[in-house]
Design a protein around this ligand. Structure first.
Ligand code: ATP
Length: 239
């Protein structure tokens, strides 16, 4: 069995006095695509923020590749090989596409390797390659999502966490984004995906967790979740 890359153990997260995550336990194994499904306000983004140290858990442990990361700054976590594609594709809107990509490599020093990776992400995202000099804020929504993914790849991660990459995109673009996720996984990057688009996420994931008001209520293989009554009713339009 593949080794565990990311593990959350008994994680509780609060905003001030309000508890948003309750005893979260989950794991992602090397080479997997694992999705975290949940409705609006379930706590999906908070889970991502907690993993990256943007909010500190009040209880529990987060372990990445054998090391505790729940007390480390985000820059250390990126250095360890974990990258975040944030919600709503938070690119740097005033910088060019190329500058955004260079920012993605800010934890690295080997210029030759950074150049290599720039070529590589341009290969994966040809639309981005055509627009390296364009101001990133003027890209279309789909292009910005590609840029957010490309920028995360520039840290040469072993694992990527993606917060709702399909949000606000047309069905065709959603498909392109999801095809790209499968390609990234095939190049050896483990993927943890937070999604409201349950049918798409489960169609490419190996396993999934369901988050409801801050608690994991279900975890299973993606195939079983697609057949599960709760998932079908709550997240797949009852079909
Ligand atoms: P969505 O799909 O709508 O983005 P989500 O599952 O990602 O939702 P979160 O953004 O994690 O949900 O929010 C979970 C809960 O925590 C919500 O009730 C939200 O109002 C609350 N929350 C989020 N950020 C803060 C904050 N900075 N301060 C106080 N409460 C917050």
């Amino acid at each position: 069995m593949n080794e565990v890359m990311l593990q959350l153990e008994h994680v509780d997260t609060f905003y001030g006095p309000i508890q948003v995550l309750h005893d979260i336990n989950l794991e992602v194994r090397r080479g997997e695509i694992v999705c975290l499904l949940g409705a609006n306000a379930a706590g999906k983004t908070t889970t991502m923020k907690t993993i990256f140290g943007l909010v500190r858990p009040r209880r529990g442990r987060i372990i990445f590749d054998g090391q505790r990361i729940d007390n480390r700054p985000a820059s250390d976590i990126v250095r360890l090989g974990l990258a975040l594609v944030p919600e709503a594709r938070r690119i740097f809107p005033r910088m060019t596409v190329l500058e955004n990509l260079q920012m993605g490599a800010y934890t690295r020093t080997n210029k030759a390797e950074i150049e290599q990776d720039l070529d590589h992400v341009c290969q994966i995202f040809p639309r981005i390659k055509e627009r390296l000099k364009q101001i990133a804020g003027t890209l279309s929504g789909g292009e910005q999502q590609m840029l957010a993914m490309a920028r995360a790849l520039m840290s040469r991660p072993r694992m990527m966490c993606m917060d709702e990459p399909s949000m606000g995109l047309s069905p065709l673009l959603v498909e392109t984004v999801f095809e790209t996720i499968v390609r990234i996984r095939s190049e050896g990057v483990t993927i943890f995906l937070v999604e409201q688009n349950a049918s798409m996420a489960l169609s490419l994931a190996d396993r999934g967790y369901v988050l409801q008001t801050g608690k994991i209520v279900l975890s299973d293989t993606a195939a079983n979740l697609l057949e599960n009554d709760l998932v079908r009713q709550a997240y797949l339009g009852g079909s």
